[in-house]
Design a protein. Sequence first.
Length: 501
Amino acid sequence: MHLSTVSIILAAAATAASQSVVGTAYGFAAGVTGGGDAAAQTPSSVEELAEWLSDDTPRTIVIDREYDFTGQTATDSGCDRNSCSAANGGQLYLGTLSCGSSDNVPVSSITYDVAGTEPLTVGSNKSILGAGGKAVLNGKGLSLSAGSSNVIVQGIEITNLNPGIVWGGDALDLKGGNDGVWIDHCKFSKIGRQFIVSHYDGSRYTISNNEFDGVTTTSATCNDNHYWTMMLIGEGDQATLDRNYFHNVSGRAPKLGEAGTFHATNNYFKNMNGHAFEAYEGTVALLEGNAFESVNTPFSGSAIATIFDTPDSAAAGACESVLGRSCAVNAVDADSGSLTPMSSSSALQPFSSLTDALVVPVAASEVASLVSSNAGPANLGSSAVTPDPAPEVEEPPVEDEPVAEEPVAEEPVAEEPVEEEPVEEEPVEEEPVEEEAEPEEPAAPAAPSAEEVSQWHQCGGNNWTGSTKCAAGLSCVAHNEWYSQCLSSAARLKARSILRI
């Protein structure tokens, strides 16, 4: 028995030591390496897991079991809703942030699991890897601290964060200024608030091959579909959403912020009693090769978006001239609402300087099979993770790279270094949480430094009142008339080299 036990322990240790990231980060997350060459290690306790996650030391952290954080409860006041009460399959609302409308009914005591409101903090340079489809965070999510960068989260399931209580916890939270995050082959279910939220200062990330399971008995819309799917409202977010499976969700799948740039390819939306994409006016988004099956409203809102829904769309030709390739049309079945095209060559222009970060999608007709067999932790490694990059010949000649042609190195350095705006200065109101009828304006970001603007942050555009001066080594690059961003040529060249490996 003793030898058998030792053998099991040694086998587990060998499995952890051999664990590594599957595939290569791509899209806007190109170049992300996480823990890099750091030896894979499995934490021996919850305390050690929290310690390893929170520092900035390069680490490959293997999660090979379910961590159950539930059990410690607390009570607080909040409210219920007349129109969709908890007794009828709705959610309770913890605290006061969602309790200001005439539809609210005060509730003096709401019991909740404390773990859901206290996520695990994640620092920089981390590969957080699930082993064998067994990695589960039960009752507690992950929160990337402001400014943390170079993070990979792969093969993890996050579930059971106070599902009956809004403000009971987010599954994965990007606090802002998170330069380089890859969220891949994860599963999200039974969450009180957002599956994923990105807010405050903009972040650069790819969300790929994940399952967003909205099946619930406690829905904000009383229809057994989770409403709070994704809120991506960081000021200057650059995001790729590729090959994700959204099902039984009813809203914000995803919701896109007006100051971000989004590329959504080959995502599969199924059985949705509400809306999929939702966008603020002014959102820059290219949606191609996505498949919608039994989705009430594939797209809601007003955006500077390019959506292709017919093979002979006039705008499809614009893809050739701007992107150097054809765009993939989206597929909408007979049981779904219409997907109104908002295609124009001008809507494509923001992507002309970002072609190296754009995924080349497959045809929408292949998406249901491709995504169903590949999304989520259980399917990690079942097929190629990284789509083929765009062929070299497809790069548009109008690309304004290299940015370094401007004499940016001669830009005077400010006396104080530009650091990302501290998130703590903003209240927790990433957005007012009233349901679809609420305008939900994103939290106003703190004014940028009057001295200079750091990489990935906004530096110009119509109505921009902040600084237009980039930090040394950066140039203010215009993506469109509404949004310009400080970028370095080195970062873009690095992304290009990764995509061509």
